[in-house]
Design a binder for this molecule. Structure first.
Ligand code: PLP
Length: 377
């Protein structure tokens, strides 16, 4: 039987050599290699500063903390995401307030956001779902009208733009993930980018306990006492992670081209089928092409997932709605019918393999397997 992985990474021999060099050196944690990655990632994303951290969850948590989000505050976000997004809000003691999504894109519906603003609201945290950016201009003007911070979850959207605007361009901070299945990866890893120099400095202090000197400073420079001014976390990106990412970052546009080509092939072969709906890529959008999802009849979705797996095709569900996860229902009192568009999407969605190493032949097999399973239901 064929076996088609849901995901394959793009770490190559040069990346491994670079990481090996780090391992052969004396200094393994945050240092020159991390500095190099941060400079290069800032250049790629077009932001003034990059702060490398251990995950996107950490990036979101630190951004919220650095902007002063605290217990009693509310942060508006989407229930159609990985739970890391709203967990980061909970970690600060604030409350995530969900707003439903657009049926055509799955992105936070900017036209509903203002209705959710209360006197406790401090920030909006949109997620650029599957790689297509939310309407940042609309969200920026809502944030301005109500004096709110804007923090982007761009875990899917490193390469994205919309109306010429990149992630981070209209917000206070933008957070990225280099988790094992993301477009570029170091297994675990993340980054915050911002144009705000003061915020970047605060993020650097908060990612390392709240102390005022980095490990590299302490190790490599003349001895100086350090001090701790506030309680921080332990979220600094190490040199091996940075080394693995630098080469992938140089190849990132070519990797995107290949996913974009595969995306087009999926759209050509899956458009207009009975029992299958695809999301839209809007005009003037560069979609980062992170996850390709198909929407199937909700009552048959799990059977279709099983059918794909039985044919050796790796698939995933991105995502079941966050507000219906047991913890969220139990602690925040959310329930079924609270966010109907998200719920309909979450019950219908199936993600298909999409990565540069996927061959056309393998993709054709994914398509025929999906057609078969959808037709036999
Ligand atoms: C993967 C992901 C995260 C979490 O990233 P980590 O680096 O694993 O913490 C957050 N948000 C979204 C939308 C994701 O897909």
């Amino acid at each position: 039987m064929k076996k088609i992985e849901f995901f394959k990474h793009n770490i190559d021999e040069d990346d491994i050599a670079r990481a090996s060099n780090v391992l052969r050196s004396i200094f393994l944690t945050t240092g020159e290699e991390t500095d190099g990655f941060e400079r290069e990632f800032a250049a790629y994303t077009g932001r003034a500063h990059t702060v490398g951290v251990t995950s996107c969850t950490a990036a979101l948590h630190l951004s919220l903390l650095a902007l002063g989000i605290k217990p009693g505050d509310e942060v508006i976000t989407t229930p159609m995401s990985f739970c890391a997004t709203s967990n980061a809000i909970l970690h600060t003691g604030a409350r995530p307030v969900f707003v439903d999504v657009e049926p055509d894109t799955g992105n936070l519906d900017a036209s509903l956001v203002e209705l959710a603003v209360s006197e406790r609201t401090r920030a909006i945290l949109p997620v650029h779902l599957y790689g297509q950016m939310c309407d940042m201009k609309a969200l920026r003007s809502i944030a301005d009208r109500h004096g709110l911070f804007l923090i982007e979850d761009a875990a899917h959207a490193i390469e994205a733009s919309r109306d010429g605007i990149r992630p981070g361009e209209l917000s206070d901070a933008v957070c990225y993930s280099f988790y094992a299945t993301k477009n570029i990866t170091s297994g675990e890893g993340g980054a915050v980018c911002t144009d705000n120099t003061e915020l970047a400095e605060r993020l650097r202090i908060l990612r390392l306990h709240g102390i005022d000197r980095s490990a590299a400073d302490r190790y490599q420079k003349r001895f100086m006492h350090w001090d701790m001014h506030e309680l921080g976390w332990k979220y600094n990106m190490d040199s091996m992670q940075a080394a693995l990412l630098r080469g992938q970052l140089r190849r990132i546009d070519g990797l995107w081209e290949e996913r974009n080509r595969l995306w087009g092939r999926y759209e050509n072969s899956l458009t207009g089928l009975r029992n299958l709906r695809l999301l839209k890529t809007l005009q003037h959008v560069k979609h980062a092409r992170h996850l390709f999802t198909a929407l199937v009849p909700a009552d048959k979705r799990d059977i279709i997932v099983e059918g794909m797996q039985a044919r050796g095709v790796g698939v995933a569900v991105n995502y079941r709605p966050i507000h219906l996860l047991s913890y969220y229902k139990k602690t925040l009192g959310y329930n079924i019918n609270d966010y109907p568009i998200t719920e309909a999407m979450g019950a219908a969605t199936v993600s298909l393999p999409l990565y540069p190493k996927l061959t056309d032949e393998e993709q054709d097999y994914v398509v025929s397997s999906l057609k078969e399973t959808v037709e036999t239901i």
